[in-house]
Design a protein around this ligand. Structure first.
Ligand code: NAP
Length: 265
C-alpha cells in the first residue's frame, strides 16, 4: 500500500512505539492523527513532523481509559472533517506485581484502554473503511497475547483479547480492501516499564529490548506485506512453550516473574 497522502490515526503517539510510528509514517509522506493524554508532547511531535516532512499532523488529547472516550474521539475527528484511512491502536499499559497490589480502578481503566477503546475504534472506523479502496488497521498486542502471565495477569489477558479479536477481523474482512494486522512486540525500550513498575521492583537489567523505532518498522513491514500478525524480539521462548503443558508454562512464567520482582521467599 502506498502510504503517501494517507491519513493515519495513531493512539498512544506521545511516546514509545506510537511516537516511532508517527515519525516513520510521516517520513513516508503520510498525514498523522496523534492521540494521547499528554498534549504538550503531542504538539511538539506534530510540529516536528510538519516542519520536517511537510505533512499534516492533527493532535487529539484524549484519555482512552475512560468509558465513551473512543466514541467521542471518533465524533471529534469526523466533526473536524479529517478523513482517516488507517488506524493504529497502539495506546496501552500494563502493571507488574501481585494481582491484589493494584486498585480495581487501575484494572478497569486498563481494560477500557487496552480492550474496549481499541475494539470501539475498529468498529467505528470499519464502516468508513468499507467505502475506501485502501484502508487498514494495526492493533498492538504483545508476546503476552500468546501466554498467561502471572503477576501481569490482567494485562496479558487484555493482550490475548487484542490478538484473538484482530485475527477474527482478519478472517471476516479477508475479501475486502481493509488490511488488518496485529503487532505483537516483545520487550521494547519505551516508557512502558516505568508505568508498569514505577517503583522499579523488577530487575530488567538483563532483558534484551528492541528500540521502539525498530518495532514500529517491523510492524509496518508486516502490515505492508499482508501478514496478519508479527512478533518482534525474542520468539524462541514462545516456540518452546508450544512443547510444554499449559500448567508447566504457567509455573515457569510465575517462577520467572517472582524472581524478577523479588517475591521469592
Ligand atoms: N514496551 C514493551 O516492552 C511492550 C511490549 C509488548 C507490547 N507493548 C505494547 O505497545 C504499546 C505501546 O507501548 P509502549 O511500549 O510504546 O509504551 P509507552 O512508551 O508507555 O507508550 C504508551 C502510549 O500510550 C498512551 N496512553 C497510555 N494511557 C493512555 C490513555 N489512558 N489514553 C490515551 N493514551 C494513553 C501514552 O500516552 P499518554 O501517557 O500521554 O496518554 C503513550 O503515548 C502498548 O499497547 C503496550 O502494551 C509494549
Amino acid at each position: 500500500m502506498n502510504l503517501k497522502g494517507k491519513t493515519i490515526l495513531i493512539t498512544g503517539a506521545s511516546s514509545g512505539i506510537g511516537e516511532s510510528f508517527a515519525y516513520l509514517l510521516a517520513s513516508k509522506g503520510a498525514h498523522t492523527v496523534l492521540v494521547a493524554r499528554s498534549k504538550a508532547k503531542l504538539d511538539q511531535i506534530a510540529q516536528e513532523i510538519q516542519d520536517k516532512y511537510q505533512v499534516n499532523a492533527w493532535v487529539y488529547q484524549k484519555d482512552l481509559g475512560i468509558v465513551s472516550s473512543a466514541q467521542e474521539l471518533y465524533q471529534e475527528i469526523k466533526g473536524d472533517g479529517v478523513d482517516v484511512d488507517i488506524i493504529i491502536n497502539n495506546a496501552g499499559f500494563g502493571k507488574w506485581g501481585k494481582f491484589e497490589e493494584f486498585s480495581l480502578e487501575t484494572y478497569t481503566s486498563m481494560i477500557q484502554l487496552n480492550i474496549n477503546s481499541l475494539m470501539e475504534l475498529c468498529y467505528l472506523f470499519i464502516e468508513d473503511f468499507k467505502e475506501k479502496s485502501e484502508s487498514g488497521i494495526i492493533n498492538v498486542g504483545s508476546t503476552a497475547s500468546f501466554i498467561p502471565v502471572p503477576y501481569s495477569s490482567v494485562y496479558a489477558a487484555t493482550k490475548s483479547f487484542v490478538l484473538y479479536f484482530t485475527e477474527g477481523l482478519v478472517g471476516e474482512f479477508a475479501d475486502t480492501n481493509i488490511r488488518i494486522s496485529c503487532l505483537c512486540p516483545g520487550s521494547t525500550a519505551s516508557n512502558f516499564s516505568a508505568v508498569a513498575d514505577p517503583n522499579k521492583q523488577a530487575d530488567t537489567s538483563t532483558t534484551n529490548s528492541l528500540s521502539s523505532d525498530e518495532v514500529a518498522r517491523l510492524g509496518l513491514e508486516a502490515f505492508q506485506a499482508g501478514k496478519h500478525y508479527v512478533v518482534t524480539g525474542r520468539r524462541m521462548q514462545l516456540k518452546i512453550f508450544k512443547f510444554l503443558s499449559r500448567k508447566r508454562v504457567i509455573t515457569l512464567i510465575a517462577d520467572y516473574w517472582k524472581k524478577l520482582l523479588g517475591l521469592e521467599k
